[in-house]
Design a protein around this ligand. Structure first.
Ligand SMILES: *Cc1c(COP(=O)(O)O)cnc(C)c1O
Length: 348
């Protein structure tokens, strides 16, 4: 086998959902965000495991993701679409019972004309300036919109991973002002918002990254292991280079393992000459540039040739790997390549 193997722990994902749920009052519903193929881990497997754990409401980015999810989960769960109701989405939304989160007056008009009586939610912009209706826009149509019986009103926090950031309180107060007197279920919190405490929970939370073991949910169980098979090893003399551009030169006699993954598999090239891989518990430095399908690793200090080296494991969580790439766990997860074999454990 010459592809990397991902082992995805569905029990850990379910445990993370329960742990986030336990941080909220029993009256607060914990939903699940499973966009971007369940943050790279497989939306079908992940969402089935979450449904078994007790999740009844799911969030995706696009109607296409919602359509696939409906196929996976059947008719019962509610599926909300963050991008709202886009041109071309009407049949999917209508036929598959997806619930668009309408982001503008334009989307609202389009929705009620194309699918009168079809359920919808509303996304408000409480300050992030990315998606959702601005306060002025919202107050102009609030009464009309509320008469159409929205299922849910949501907004999203820009700085929830920084508990002390003044933006959190600012957005909370803006959201409260915009929704005052609305007799509609409300949702402000993703993973970061859940951790900010009860003021941010409202009726429903919609965590994503915390389910998959990423920061800011420090207590999360890790959910992924990535093992990359060793294809070949070789002995180098001091002074010999490794990889494209000769960016790494052996300072002494060195044993190099060449392993079967590269930037085409989402191993970010930025970790070249920076990251380590693990042979069981022993760190082994990545040397030279990451190439498209291959990575070279210094295994001089090992007393054996391992069959595979781990890039993501208990000793190196996705956020640890994000650091040398100057990115975040979210990007590490959603970059996990299509070539990897994906094996699931648990989930029953
Ligand atoms: C992605 C997303 C979420 C989930 O966020 P996490 O930080 O992964 O928990 C929730 N709401 C919106 C609007 C999103 O775009």
């Amino acid at each position: 086998m010459s592809t990397g193997q991902l082992i995805i722990d569905l029990d850990a994902i379910a445990a993370n959902w329960h742990a986030l749920d336990a941080l909220c009052a029993p009256t607060v519903e914990t939903a699940a965000t499973v966009k971007a193929d369940g943050y790279g881990l497989g939306a079908a497997q992940v969402s089935r495991a979450l449904a078994r754990a007790g999740a009844r409401t799911f969030f995706v980015a696009t109607a296409e993701e919602g359509a696939a999810l409906r196929e996976t989960l059947g008719d019962a769960p509610a599926i909300f679409v963050y991008s709202g109701h886009m041109t071309g989405d009407t049949d999917m939304i209508g036929d598959l019972g997806l619930v668009p989160l309408l982001n503008s007056i334009e989307q609202m008009t389009h929705h009620v004309e194309a699918l009168p009586m079809h359920p919808f939610g509303i996304q408000l912009d409480s300050g992030m300036n990315r998606l959702g209706m601005e306060p002025e826009e919202w107050f102009a149509i609030r009464n009309i919109a509320l008469r159409q019986n929205p299922q849910l009103i949501v907004s999203h926090l820009a700085c929830a991973d920084q508990p002390d950031h003044p933006m959190n309180a600012q957005q909370l107060s803006q959201f409260r002002e915009m929704t005052a007197g609305c007799d509609v279920p409300l949702s402000l919190a993703a993973t970061g918002g859940v951790l900010l405490g009860a003021d941010f929970h409202f009726d429903l939370t919609r965590p994503g990254i915390g389910l998959y073991g990423g920061l800011p949910f420090e207590q999360a169980q890790p959910t992924v292991q990535l093992s990359i098979p060793v294809i070949q090893t070789r002995q180098l003399d001091a002074g010999e280079p490794v990889g494209y551009g000769n960016t790494w030169i052996a300072e002494e006699d060195t044993r190099i393992a060449t392993i079967a993954a590269g930037y085409a598999d989402g191993v970010l090239r930025a970790i070249s000459n920076q990251a380590v891989l693990f042979a069981d518990d022993t760190p082994c430095p990545l040397v030279g540039l990451v190439s498209m399908d291959l990575i070279t690793v210094d295994i001089t200090h090992l007393d054996h040739t391992p069959r595979a080296l781990d890039l993501i494991c208990e000793l190196q969580a996705v956020d640890d790997l994000a650091e040398p790439a100057d990115t975040i766990g979210y990007e590490i997860l959603t970059s996990l390549g299509a070539r990897y074999g994906r094996r699931y454990k648990g989930g029953q």
